[in-house]
Design a protein around this ligand. Structure first.
Ligand code: ATP
Length: 237
């Protein structure tokens, strides 16, 4: 088995007195798509924010061979751990193109920025057509594409996607899942955090189930989707 790209151990985080994450541990290996599922309020967004360094946390987070726990969000982003936030959080008044360029703000090499832009437009041809349109005017699916493309413009090693499918029609979700598979083929490792268990496990290699801030199950995507308890709790089967 190859060495982990991301290795999380005994991660705790919360808001003031309220502890949300309780000794969370998991690994993501290079080239994998790993899905982390959990119901509303399980702590998924808190986990991603703790990994990104925007929330105080304890425990250990190793990424690409470095210990991240003491680093700022800015440094973590620069190392290639990049989050696509829940709710997309685009700059609504700015064009699609300017949103994408914002993702590459740290890169001073114009050729490299152009290379990333070409790659983003290849993955999301829809955005190429809409490059001059205000991002806030895109449909929900279009905004999700724009948020994912903006994150790719940062040149991530690991792309963490929060609730990608939220509020989107199944046909759009399927398209985005296909694009995530294509992104992995381009060499980007993916951590997908989802409430929608079926879509999360449809493209994943492995997965974890988070409940009340703890990892309660882990396994291959196939094992998890066939697990009677997962099916009962998350799929209503
Ligand atoms: P969702 O699908 O609703 O986003 P989630 O699994 O991502 O769920 P979190 O958003 O991480 O869950 O929330 C975990 C817990 O932390 C919840 O009880 C929530 O109310 C609480 N929480 C989240 N954000 C904050 C905040 N900014 N301040 C205080 N409590 C918060």
């Amino acid at each position: 088995m190859s060495e982990a790209l991301l290795e999380v151990d005994k991660l705790c985080a919360g808001y003031g007195e309220m502890q949300v994450l309780r000794e969370v541990g998991f690994v993501v290996r290079p080239g994998e798509i790993v899905s982390l599922v959990g119901s509303n309020g399980a702590g998924k967004t808190t986990l991603l924010r703790a990994l990104s360094g925007v929330l105080p946390r304890t425990g250990t987070v190793r990424f690409a061979g470095r210990e991240l726990t003491a680093l700022t969000a800015e440094r973590i982003f620069a190392l290639g751990l990049v989050q696509v936030p829940e709710g997309r959080q685009l700059f609504g008044q700015m064009s699609v193109l300017d949103n994408l360029l914002m993702g590459a703000y740290r890169c001073r090499d114009k050729k490299e920025v152009q290379r990333r832009l070409d790659q983003a437009f290849e993955l999301f041809p829809f955005l190429r057509e809409r490059r001059s349109q205000r991002a806030g005017l895109l449909s929900g699916g279009g905004q999700q594409m724009c948020a994912m493309a903006r994150a790719l413009m940062a040149g991530p090693k690991l792309l963490m996607v929060d609730e990608m499918s939220l509020g989107l029609a199944p046909v759009i979700v399927d398209k985005l899942l296909d694009t995530l598979s294509a992104i992995r083929k381009e060499g980007v490792t993916v951590l997908l955090v989802e409430q929608d268990v079926f879509s999360a496990f449809s493209i994943a290699d492995r997965g974890y189930v988070l409940e009340m801030g703890r990892v309660v199950r882990e396994g291959s995507a196939k094992e998890l989707v066939e697990d009677p308890e997962v099916r009962r709790a998350y799929l209503g089967l």
